[in-house]
Design a protein around this ligand. Structure first.
Ligand code: SF4
Length: 298
């Protein structure tokens, strides 16, 4: 059996940068706190914990005076910086520059009086951070079914959480544009109500669609490795399964089932932008271990 790891999978550069910053810091002190899980991958969290990285919550900040706390790639709302300053906590800001840019753009539109709509998941850390840049006023919609939350009578801008899927974003943009147009007709507004759609989906995620589809359809069985709470992992897994219905989702190698591979000659392994390369290697080794005489390729 041929087992291959998708060469386009693994950490995106934003995550690599965050982990590098944490490891650099830990080299000197072996003491660093991460505000929320540094990455949506329990295995990588475990590894970094051994190096001294502790995960803390927002409520813990008041007890961390004098300590260094890392802000992860998802970013934080402005209130977090204020709370840290109040409690004498030093922040190591590892917000992904792509996310910082979205925060700045949202802030700009909000300050100009726009109704800010974010296509995303309201409980996702990145979205909580983005909403914080509008003093909590942004409207978060997760699917086309929720566009009724948007006031069609206001000038509006639509943004996206960086890890959402592009097709839905453009469908929401199209429907909102239509609604806003209908509203204008109904109210005899003289000037058009402005509507802007800003596709802020990260290229590290959207660019992978095509390559992942190709990789998935080139293999009989696909194993997709990601943390169960990884948003990007879910999007990429769905793409993978669409291209290859014999795709299985696992968080770690112990979840592999021999029955999945019966009669198959080729297995592909891919993962989310938060899936470490070493974990996919371990999955590959485990599959090879089930078939000791198999030929393997990278
Ligand atoms: S997926 Fe994109 S926005 Fe998110 S951390 Fe990676 S590079 Fe940054």
């Amino acid at each position: 059996m041929k087992v291959s790891i998708d060469q386009h999978s693994g950490f995106c550069w934003g995550v690599v940068r965050t982990i590098d910053m944490a490891e650099e810091e830990l080299k000197g002190s072996r003491e660093l706190y991460s505000l929320g899980a540094i990455i949506h991958n329990p295995k990588e969290i475990e590894r970094l914990k051994e190096e001294g990285l502790e995960t803390v919550t927002h409520a813990d900040l008041e007890n961390l005076r004098g300590k260094r706390v890392l802000i992860r790639a998802h970013g934080e709302p402005p209130s977090t910086y204020a709370i840290a300053a109040r409690h004498g906590v030093t922040l190591l800001d590892a917000t992904c520059p792509v996310v910082t840019k979205v925060q700045e753009r949202i802030r700009k539109f909000f300050d100009k009086g726009y109704q800010v709509v974010i296509f995303g998941k309201k409980d996702h850390a990145e979205v909580i951070g983005l909403v914080g840049h509008t003093n909590g006023e942004a409207i978060v919609i997760r699917s086309v079914d929720e566009i009724g939350k948007v006031d069609p009578g206001r000038k509006t801008v639509l943004f996206s959480q960086t890890t959402m899927d592009k097709a839905t974003f453009y469908e929401i943009a199209r429907l909102l544009k239509e609604r806003i147009k209908d509203f204008e007709v109904g109210t005899f507004e003289e000037s058009a109500i402005e509507f802007h759609a800003k596709d802020t989906i990260c290229g590290q995620v959207s660019g992978r669609d095509k390559k992942l589809r190709e990789f998935a359809s080139a293999h009989e069985i696909m194993i997709f490795v990601a943390g169960r709470n990884s948003s990007n992992g879910k999007v990429l897994y769905d793409i993978c399964r669409e291209a290859n219905p014999r795709t299985f989702f696992i968080e770690e190698e112990s979840e592999l089932q021999k029955v999945w591979f019966e009669g198959a000659n080729s297995v592909g392994i891919s993962g989310a932008t938060s899936t470490p390369q070493w974990l996919m290697e371990r999955v590959k080794d485990a599959i090879e271990g089930m078939y000791p005489s198999s030929t393997t390729h990278n």
